[in-house]
Design a protein around this ligand. Structure first.
Ligand code: GLU
Length: 310
């Protein structure tokens, strides 16, 4: 299968300039390494996703030259694939039910030896009797348990080509018993499961995305390993900051392509990538992003925080 890179927005609203900059970088990294490029709509969270938002995102991506080489997949079309992966893990005794509420987990995490952000394993070793009792309690409230991975490692290393935390192009991070399917009243496959299955299914082997997802990469790569899927290489790029020094967001005013116009959006993205771009060679006839590609040198990409408007 052809190797590919991708950009996978969650369709919960318009993309801001930080998202579009990451998408442009994902396209540049893919093309520069001879890969195809795919867009995927990450609508696993049905409540917060809408087809209209997805359409607007795809249109805005097109305005900055980021177009998919293949059909644009959505996660809602792929639920059968996630179920199949989950069944594989269940058959391998890699899955257990978790009855904890958010509050239970928050409380357990405050215990003296707890590690922040790590599931403390409350439901990992319950007896069948305890499980039945907890399951019935939840059922009375019309809820089902979530399903967690029974991980047998605490850390996992991934190939990481950019994040400042990487050492020797490897990033090692925590793996815990993370959720594979959310419980509650409307069970939903979890993002970590969906993303791993989606990427492998589409032949994606290069993941370029915001640094906020760096800590998810070891969990995702470990899951791919358990499912005997190929490992991806990762490039986690810094998030763009707004004028207040915090992560760029709607509250910062005009932050989307629709608000500032496509010309201004392209100009800002280009300025923000200046250290990784050779000067223009004056050749005519190339599109904007194709021109960036000819000039792009990932080695020049800066680790300094980028601000918008800058
Ligand atoms: N859909 C995720 C987001 O918009 C990104 C998933 C990924 O790049 O792995 O935050």
């Amino acid at each position: 299968m052809t190797k590919a890179g991708r950009y996978a927005p969650s369709p919960s609203g318009d993309l801001h300039l930080g998202n579009l900059r990451t998408a442009v970088l994902a396209w540049l990294f893919a093309r520069q390494s001879g890969r195809d490029f795919l867009i995927r709509i990450d609508d696993i969270d049905a409540q917060r996703s809408s087809p209209e938002a997805a359409q607007r995102q795809v249109a805005d991506l097109t305005s900055v030259g980021v177009v998919s080489d293949g059909p644009i997949a959505t996660q809602q079309q792929s639920l059968a694939l996630y179920q199949r992966a989950l069944t594989t893990l269940i058959d391998a005794d890699r899955v257990y039910e978790c009855y904890c509420s958010r509050k239970d987990i928050a409380e357990a995490s405050r215990a003296p030896h707890a590690i922040p952000g790590r599931y403390p394993g409350t439901c990992r070793n319950l007896t069948e009797r305890q499980r039945t009792a907890r399951r019935e309690q939840l059922a009375e409230q019309g809820r089902v348990p979530s399903l967690r991975l029974r991980a047998d490692v605490r850390h996992w290393a991934v190939a990481e080509g950019f994040a400042a935390e990487a050492r020797d192009r490897k990033f090692t991070g925590e793996v815990d018993d993370f959720v594979l399917r959310r419980g509650g009243q409307a069970p939903e496959f979890a993002y970590n499961l969906a993303v791993v299955v989606d990427d492998a299914h589409a032949g994606v082997d290069q993941v370029v995305r915001g640094e906020d997802l760096l800590s998810s990469a070891p969990r995702q790569a470990y899951l791919a390993h358990l499912l005997e899927l190929p490992a991806c290489t990762y490039v986690h790029v810094p998030l763009v900051l707004g004028p207040t020094g915090k992560r760029l967001a709607k509250r910062d005013g005009a932050v989307t392509l629709r608000e500032i116009g496509p010309g201004e959006a392209r100009a800002w993205i280009e300025r923000s990538l200046a250290s990784a771009l050779a000067p223009r060679d004056g050749a005519a006839g190339r599109g904007w992003i194709e021109d960036l590609l000819v000039r792009f040198d990932p080695a020049g990409l800066s680790h300094e925080p980028v601000t918008f408007p800058g």
